[in-house]
Design a protein around this ligand. Structure first.
Ligand SMILES: [Mg+2]
Length: 256
């Protein structure tokens, strides 16, 4: 099978830990480019962050931002009908704070130094990380999880997730919605190969014709991801090195 496009998560999958684009990945992308196969990132990053990555990758200029909230292509952006603008999300966060009685603090109200401490991002990358159009990261007090989860279920078409210290409020969309948007707008065609390393990649990997599971730094595939995509191939190494090796195998197979 010759893939028509490669859909990929970024952090811990295509990018090394720390967000670095490694040399094996650059070579693999150049190899895919020679075969006319675009590399399409599907990420939780903002549109601003995604555009920076797209420029650095130089691999087709197509991608999806904010967990399937929208896609970027040569003709501009297309926003998912499930995406909720951040002003509306702010109103819903206010409603959540009111009904739960918790102090819920949007990331945009935190000092930059505090965001750097929580996310590990360098200061100069904080503005791009905060430039969310369709998602609201926030902090909640310890022990708020149960009540917060229950109260969020009362909000219409809203998704509440937790990643590290930040909670995240958004429309009810995921990377799987990006696949549908990309196909419907003619930005990618099948067969699709997908690469991911975490449970929030499982939805889009299930829609790909071939799914490649990229191991964590420990060398093990995330057990929840493996349980969701048991027929997935497993990349031979963690992060970008494994990504590049799996791409090379796929291109070899496509020749046969
Ligand atoms: Mg990842």
């Amino acid at each position: 099978m010759r893939p028509a496009a490669v859909l990929t998560d970024l952090d811990g999958t295509l990018l090394e830990h720390g967000g670095v684009l490694g040399e094996p990945v650059r070579l693999a992308i150049a190899n895919l480019h020679d075969h006319g196969i675009p590399v399409v990132p599907l990420t939780s990053k903002t549109e601003v962050e995604l555009r920076d990555v797209l420029r650095e990758l130089d691999a087709g200029g197509i991608g999806s931002f904010e967990n399937g909230a929208g896609v970027v292509g040569p003709g501009g952006i297309v926003v998912s009908e499930k995406a909720i603008p951040v002003a509306e999300l702010s109103a819903r966060l206010g409603e959540l704070a009111r009904v739960t009685g918790f102090r819920l603090t949007p990331a945009s109200e935190l000092p930059t130094a505090e965001i750097c401490r929580i996310t590990g991002l360098p200061e100069e990358r904080v503005p791009a990380m905060l430039a969310r159009g369709f998602g609201l990261p926030f902090l909640a007090p310890e022990g708020a999880a149960e009540v917060l989860g229950r109260s969020a279920k009362q909000l219409p078409a809203t998704r509440l997730t937790r990643g590290g210290q930040f909670w995240h409020l958004s429309g009810n969309h995921g990377k799987e919605d990006a696949v549908e948007l990309l196909c419907r707008n003619g930005l990618v065609s099948r067969p699709l190969v997908g690469f991911g390393d975490a449970p929030n990649d499982a939805g889009f990997l299930a829609l790909c014709d071939v799914a490649v599971l990229v191991p964590r730094a420990s060398g093990e595939v995330d057990p929840d991801l493996f349980a969701a995509i048991p027929a997935g191939r497993i990349a031979p190494f963690p992060a970008g090195r494994g990504w590049a090796a799996a791409v090379s195998d796929l291109l070899e197979e496509a020749k046969r």
